[in-house]
Design a protein around this ligand. Structure first.
Ligand code: PSU
Length: 307
């Protein structure tokens, strides 16, 4: 007997799916573990609005009481944004959470799995997880990287979060054969900053070209997705030099407190929010909206090119 995944698709997503209209998957860990309330809820709603204005349908993913929701109703979004006990679900946790009937928010890795299951090709987030600083001893490498190598979803992010060891993150992506398409830029964007000293592995100019590459990978029979690295708008960026000492402080605090595994990223994001007096959150919100817009354009192109 094959078990069915308990899944509930919003009416809006189901209608878009039926007519082959563009859909953009959105994650929920950024809501429960990445931003404080109420900015998390405001951002989640605003991001859905950006996707709709750009002509696509948003599908925010989460597991609520053991059911996978593909597209959250606004009341569910509101409730999730205020919960402090939601699990952080990656590839390893998703099935267990569905089996036990609990509630959890999906990371980049888990959202990719859910998007593929629901037939959604494109996903927008803030920044992917990656190789943490000190990984040579901690071995802390995000499951987001291996998911990109396995699951055929195009993920739009503002690069990898600058709290990470970004050169090592790019090395792992290269080893895993993940295309890193830097959007209209020659360097790999550094999340809160638009540029970095790291050269772009690949450069992309248009949503149409990214869509075609997505379809071409399927034609080649390649598993895995693409990472589209979309720089934060320059008017919203924080210079890397301003952030570097604050990131070092937050990382030293995390090390001293013995913070590990899933707790590291939420801890560092929260400390940076405090250390920058909220500026890091403002930038994070701006980059997510920017990614949602580009993701909707790519989803639109994929829908057109498939016809
Ligand atoms: N983007 C953001 N904020 C976040 C995240 C992405 O702007 O909080 C989340 C994503 O869900 C991503 C996770 O998968 O951070 C990375 O967690 P980790 O480093 O534990 O893999």
């Amino acid at each position: 007997m094959m078990l069915d995944v308990p899944m509930q698709m919003s009416a809006e997503v189901a209608a878009a799916q039926a007519k082959g209209a563009p859909i953009v998957a959105l994650e929920s860990t950024i809501i429960t573990h990445g931003m404080p309330y109420p900015q998390n809820l405001e951002t989640a709603r605003a991001v859905e609005g950006v996707v709709r204005n750009a002509g696509a349908v948003p599908a925010t993913m989460a597991v609520l009481d053991g059911t996978l929701h593909v597209g959250l109703e606004d009341t569910d979004l509101d409730a999730l944004a205020q919960r402090s006990d939601a699990r952080k679900l990656s590839r390893a946790d998703l099935a267990h959470c569905l089996a036990t009937g609990e509630t959890g928010a999906t990371t980049v890795a888990a959202t990719m799995i859910c998007a593929r299951l629901a037939g959604i090709a494109v996903f927008a987030t803030g920044g992917i997880g990656g190789v943490h600083k000190g990984a040579e001893t901690s071995f802390d490498v995000s499951a987001d990287l291996t998911e990109l190598a396995r699951t055929p979803v195009t993920v739009v992010a503002a690069g990898a979060k600058a709290i990470l060891d970004v050169p090592k993150t790019l090395e792992v992506l290269e080893t895993q054969g993940v295309p890193v398409l830097c959007y209209r830029t020659d360097t790999f964007p550094a999340f809160w900053s638009a540029t970095s000293p790291l050269p772009a592995p690949l450069r992309a100019e248009t949503p149409a070209e990214i869509a075609k590459a997505h379809l071409m990978r399927a034609a080649l029979g390649l598993p895995g997705g693409q990472l589209v690295a979309n720089p934060i708008p320059t008017e919203a960026e924080i210079p890397a030099a301003t952030l570097a000492p604050l990131i070092a402080t937050a990382q030293a605090e995390a090390d001293a407190a013995g913070i590990s595994a899933k707790a590291v990223t939420p801890f560092l994001l929260r400390r940076l929010f405090e250390l920058t007096n909220g500026a890091s959150l403002e930038a994070n919100i701006a980059l997510v909206m920017n990614n949602a817009r580009l993701a909707a354009e790519i989803a639109g192109e994929i829908a057109t090119q498939r016809r």
